[in-house]
Design a protein around this ligand. Structure first.
Ligand SMILES: *[C@@H]1O[C@H](CO)[C@@H](O)[C@H](O)[C@H]1NC(C)=O
Ligand SMILES: *[C@@H]1O[C@H](CO)[C@@H](O)[C@H](O)[C@H]1NC(C)=O
Ligand SMILES: *[C@@H]1O[C@H](CO)[C@@H](O)[C@H](O)[C@H]1NC(C)=O
Ligand SMILES: *[C@@H]1O[C@H](CO)[C@@H](O)[C@H](O)[C@H]1NC(C)=O
Ligand SMILES: *[C@@H]1O[C@H](CO)[C@@H](O)[C@H](O)[C@H]1NC(C)=O
Ligand SMILES: *[C@@H]1O[C@H](CO)[C@@H](O)[C@H](O)[C@H]1NC(C)=O
Ligand SMILES: *[C@@H]1O[C@H](CO)[C@@H](O)[C@H](O)[C@H]1NC(C)=O
Ligand SMILES: *[C@@H]1O[C@H](CO)[C@@H](O)[C@H](O)[C@H]1NC(C)=O
Ligand SMILES: *[C@@H]1O[C@H](CO)[C@@H](O)[C@H](O)[C@H]1NC(C)=O
Ligand SMILES: *[C@@H]1O[C@H](CO)[C@@H](O)[C@H](O)[C@H]1NC(C)=O
Length: 619
């Protein structure tokens, strides 16, 4: 039962098989791909599939290639034996288990049709064919831009760049792009010239040259080329790097400006007039200055290549209208631009003095300052030490003395023009006959002692000092004062008559007498004990004053005087306003004060009173 069922299944299977086999037997079918693609250098594998019914084997298999009208046999297979024919392919062929034909190291020449023919005895023969296509991806396109500049005015369509893509198969195409946008051929505007070269290897090198007109905007354009090729039935592309070209174009605008522009120009400044044109290459620059209606060529002061006119240390004469003119050497076009240069200045600073007559001590004077300038001015007054003493264009000086006599300057400032200022000095000279401000009199001396007689005076014009005694005089100037030291040896005549200092200038004479008083040899030298006596005396004095109080102070006025006199005696003369001679006298003994006072009053002074003296000459 089970075997019968199996037999029935088998019979059904056979029936089916027979149907198929009969269909196949009627015409033996060989199946092959229509196209086999392989990259040059690789191995191509061409399959050949067939079906022979009833487990029959093939009698033989032939592989051919088609050469024109001929079929050239490559090999034949009988049983499991492969016999290669003597063709160009010898050595590059192999047949697999599945009877597929492999061709190694495929070349361009291998691009042809291959035929597989199968003969299977009673089942007849069948064949089919495959087209072997070979390909080679071309190399990345190389692009070379026109290295010279390209003028927008060029008469021919100028060459932009050349693009080459080598060793492709089959041949490829090159297209061009500007700023990423494909360029189309356009009459008199865009043109390409393509060449195709077949290399000895059979590969193709394509090259293309782009010609296109340029505009000034193209100074920023970039160009690239793309190679298009086929690969396994698909369109592929490869791009070159982008390149740019130098475009020559005439200037359209010219700009002329004063530098530095941030600041107002003043006399003495170094100024540049900078002319800029937007052409490439830069045009030739010329500069002119308008002078009395004519344009004077001042290009000699300029760097014609860079378009900068240098004006150094400008004066108000440098003011005016300047022109920059550009000449384009390509199309001989000219452009021009003007700029006004304003040089600010302050000139003719004048100081008027009222009264203008010579000034005397005690006079007052008014100084007025004035100047010329195109801009508003501020005035300041400074003394000869540079210190600001007043603002405004007037300065009033009263109670003039020789000492106040000095140089003032009027400083004129233009606040609107940073750094613009001028000043003018004026001497306020107080004139008059000399005034003796210090004299070393009376002078306590010893016989035969070498002493200095000092006389100090002030005057304008500068006075001269004369002494009526012989000696060595030294004159020196100190803060407008003139002082003279006369070094003399004390003798009898000098003691008797004293000395006379005579100071004179063109406006008069002043004289002062120096009295010399003899101090005898001191009896007691200054010792620590005598200092102690002074201290005790001062303490006693303070005690007396403290204890007795003001009422008793008046009652004991006589006893108090020594304390009050133990200080300084100012011998400044009434007319001495600034300079003083201070004679400091210190006594050893309070009891000697009366005698000292007497001496100071011009009387003959008791000897041995004086122990120490200071002469302090101050300004
Ligand atoms: C060749 O093979 C292909 C693919 O198998 C098949 O479609 C075609 O009919 C065959 N041609 C011939 C003539 O047998
Ligand atoms: C074909 O051969 C196989 C073994 O090689 C065998 O099993 C099969 O029965 C055979 N078929 C025919 C129809 O002869
Ligand atoms: C090359 O250009 C021609 C004509 O424009 C075109 O027919 C062809 O398909 C192009 N080939 C490739 C690979 O782009
Ligand atoms: C190309 O462009 C680069 C960068 O924009 C620039 O530096 C170079 O000078 C250009 N070359 C030319 C020939 O214009
Ligand atoms: C300015 O020009 C005037 C007249 O042309 C001349 O007299 C004067 O010297 C010039 N001043 C300067 C500073 O060049
Ligand atoms: C100028 O001198 C007079 C008289 O000596 C005096 O009254 C006046 O105050 C002085 N003026 C000044 C500014 O010193
Ligand atoms: C004042 O100026 C004159 C000349 O400018 C100069 O000789 C004199 O020394 C100056 N006087 C003072 C006090 O600066
Ligand atoms: C006297 O004056 C002269 C010159 O001025 C000076 O060199 C000298 O030191 C003075 N002598 C005394 C004692 O001050
Ligand atoms: C002038 O003489 C006086 C008195 O001797 C002295 O103090 C002073 O230094 C002298 N002046 C000069 C410049 O030597
Ligand atoms: C000063 O010395 C000269 C000679 O050297 C003499 O003739 C004259 O009398 C002297 N004068 C006085 C005041 O001593």
């Amino acid at each position: 039962m089970a075997g019968g069922r199996r037999a029935a299944g088998l019979a059904l299977g056979w029936g089916c098989c027979l149907l198929l086999c009969c269909a196949a037997a009627s015409r033996m079918e060989v199946s092959m791909p229509a196209v086999v693609e392989v990259e040059i250098g690789d191995t191509a594998r061409i399959e050949c599939n067939f079906y022979i019914p009833e487990n029959d084997s093939y009698t033989y298999i032939n592989w051919f290639y088609i050469d024109g009208n001929n079929q050239v046999r490559l090999c034949h297979i009988v049983g499991s034996k492969v016999v290669e024919d003597n063709t160009d392919y010898k050595g590059r062929l192999s047949v697999g288990e599945d009877k597929a034909l492999s061709i190694s190291k495929v070349t361009v020449q291998d691009a042809r049709t291959f035929v597989c023919q199968v003969e299977a005895g009673s089942h007849g023969a069948g064949e089919n064919r495959s087209e072997l296509r070979v390909y080679k991806v071309p190399e990345t396109p190389e692009i070379v831009a026109n290295s010279g500049g390209i003028s927008v005015h060029s008469t021919d369509i100028p060459q932009i760049a050349q693009c080459v893509s080598r060793n492709g198969f089959p041949f490829s195409n090159i297209t061009w792009y500007k700023n990423g946008k494909q360029l189309q051929q356009q009459e008199k505007m865009v043109k390409t010239m393509d060449t195709l070269t077949r290399e000895s290897s059979g590969l193709y090198t394509v090259s293309s040259t782009l010609f296109a007109r340029v505009t000034r905007e193209d100074r920023n354009s970039h160009y690239h080329c793309t190679v298009h090729y086929w690969l396994r039935g698909q369109r592929r592309t490869m791009e070159s790097r982008p390149v740019n070209v130098t475009v020559f174009y005439p200037a359209q605008h010219v700009k002329l400006q004063v530098m530095p522009s941030s600041m107002l120009v003043k006399e003495g400044d170094n100024v540049k007039l900078v002319c800029e044109a937007d052409g490439n290459p830069a045009p030739v620059f010329s500069f002119y200055k308008r002078d009395l209606g004519d344009w004077q060529d001042v290009s000699s002061l300029a760097d014609a290549n860079s378009g900068v006119l240098y004006l150094r240390d400008v004066t108000k004469n440098s003011s005016g209208l300047y022109r920059c003119q550009t000449l384009d050497l390509d199309d001989m076009g000219q452009l021009e631009q003007d700029v006004e240069l304003v040089v600010n200045y302050i000139e003719e600073v004048r100081v008027k003095m009222e009264p203008s007559s010579p000034l005397k001590e005690g006079d007052s004077v008014r100084l007025s300052c004035d100047a010329n300038s195109p801009v508003a001015l501020d005035y300041q007054w400074r003394d000869d030490k540079g210190k600001k003493v007043a603002e405004g264009n007037q300065l009033f000086l009263s109670n003039l003395t020789f000492e106040t006599s000095r140089n003032f300057s009027c400083k004129v400032i233009a606040p609107s023009v940073p750094g613009l200022e001028q000043s003018k000095q004026v001497a306020v000279a107080v004139q008059g006959k000399p005034r003796i401000v210090a004299i070393s009199s009376p002078l306590y001396v010893r016989q035969d002692e070498v002493v200095n007689l000092t006389c100090k005076a002030i005057a304008f014009p500068k006075p001269s000092v004369h002494w009526n005694v012989n000696g060595t005089a030294h004159e020196y100037i100190e803060n407008q004062h003139i002082a003279s030291n006369l070094t003399v040896r004390v003798n009898h005549d000098l003691l008797r008559a004293g000395a006379m200092c005579r100071v004179s200038n063109a406006l008069g004479v002043s004289e002062k007498h120096i009295q010399l008083l003899v101090e005898s040899i001191r009896k007691d030298q200054k010792t620590p004990e005598s200092k102690g006596v002074i201290i005790v005396a001062i303490i006693v004095c303070i005690l007396v004053v403290a204890v007795l109080g003001s009422v008793i102070y008046f009652l004991h006025k006589k006893g108090k005087i020594p304390c009050g006199r133990a200080g300084k005696q100012d011998i400044t003369k009434p007319e001495a306003r600034k300079d003083k001679i201070v004679v400091e006298v210190k006594s050893d003994k309070l009891s000697e004060e009366a005698g000292l006072l007497q001496g100071a009053n011009g009387e003959k002074r008791p000897a041995a009173d004086q122990s120490e003296k200071y002469i302090d000459l101050r300004n």
